[in-house]
Design a protein around this ligand. Structure first.
Ligand SMILES: [Zn+2]
Length: 340
């Protein structure tokens, strides 16, 4: 089968590798109908994360169940399914508390790879959610977004306690940041401030419900957020980048008593204890428990109440995956869909 394999930073190839087979009785094999490239795939692409030899890529997927292990009971062959980037049993105490991304039996899908014709999904009953009905092509794109970027943006907005009466600031204008705007709006936030300096992303931010745009970054960005909020800072701030600057921007843009939802994969972020102490904010983040939100997100998508799939601004056949990585790396594309 065809699969995207990263050999070294900047070196992405589409190769023929062996089709996955059931390993554990709780596994399912799905035929991937669409996959995509994630902002987090850019960390190894840029050499900011180590690769241990050639690595099959991808952790976002929608597809049709092709085969199930003998211990899979809730998912059947032929089901159209969505899963998240972490396989989880959805039954342990951590899962039941809503943090499936840290399930005690978690399997990171990035270690399996989903930018391929087929993918093995561990813990299929806990991981996969069946979609009822036949998705349109627009709904299919949105369901693919739900697999990671929408679910992650949604978690960030929930973790930041976005809701009625709140002003929400969003640091980061990648797909996750943009969809956190959609989530904040949907959760009832009064005002959503997008921090972005790119016209195309600002336009998407507004489409998703941003009421204000702040182009300044760092301390200047923080000062602008304060100015827009009567000197207080935002009630809720989403951090969707993962750098020192973005994390500090998020914490400092938040008013005392406010909440920061941080979902950018942390790279070299160090927090100063005394600065954190006096910030007086709640921090909740990490790998998003997308599975918690999937049933609700699938319902919103299949009833056309949200259209997160519009974040995909470039669609390429999987054979052209290398160009997809280049386009995202050079910020020519917000989010690339790979068709199979
Ligand atoms: Zn669990």
């Amino acid at each position: 089968m065809r699969a995207v394999v990263m050999h070294a930073p900047g070196d992405v190839r589409v190769e023929n590798i062996e089709k996955p087979a059931i390993v554990e009785p709780t596994d399912a094999i799905i035929r991937v109908t669409a996959a995509c490239i994630c902002g987090s795939d850019l960390w190894p692409y840029r050499g900011a994360e180590e690769l241990n030899g050639p690595t099959p890529m991808g952790h976002e997927y929608v597809g049709v169940v092709e085969e199930i292990g003998e211990d899979v009971h809730d998912i059947a062959v032929g089901d159209f399914v969505v899963g998240s980037f972490v396989a989880s049993d959805n039954s342990c105490e951590i899962c039941r508390a809503g943090f499936q991304s840290r399930c005690i039996h978690q399997v990171m899908m990035g270690s399996v790879g989903t930018q391929s014709d087929f993918a093995r999904i561990p813990l299929a009953d806990g991981t996969l959610v069946k979609v009822h009905g036949e998705p349109t092509s627009a709904q299919l794109r949105s369901l693919l977004a739900a697999s990671d970027v929408l679910g992650t943006g949604w978690f960030a907005a929930v973790a930041a306690e976005a809701g009625p009466g709140k002003t929400v600031a969003v640091v980061g204008d990648g797909a996750v940041g943009l969809l956190a705007i959609l989530a904040a709006k949907r959760l009832g936030a009064d005002r959503v401030i997008a921090m972005s300096r790119h016209a195309d992303r600002q336009a998407l931010a507004k489409r998703f419900g941003a009421t204000d745009i702040v182009e300044e970054r760092g301390d200047a960005g923080v000062a602008r957020i304060r100015e827009l909020t009567g000197g207080y800072g935002a009630h809720s701030t989403v951090e969707a980048v993962g750098t020192q600057e973005s994390m500090m921007q998020a914490i400092h843009a938040t008013r005392p008593g406010g909440h920061v939802g941080y979902v950018g994969v942390s790279h070299g972020v160090e927090l100063d204890g005394l600065d954190l102490f006096f910030s007086t904010v709640s921090l909740l983040g990490g790998p998003a428990p997308v599975r918690r939100f999937l049933p609700e997100l699938i319902d919103l998508i299949m009833t056309d109440q949200i259209d997160p799939g519009v974040v995909f601004d470039l669609e390429l056949p999987i054979e052209e995956a290398a160009e997809g990585y280049r386009a995202m790396d050079e910020r020519r594309a917000v989010k690339v869909l790979l068709s199979l």
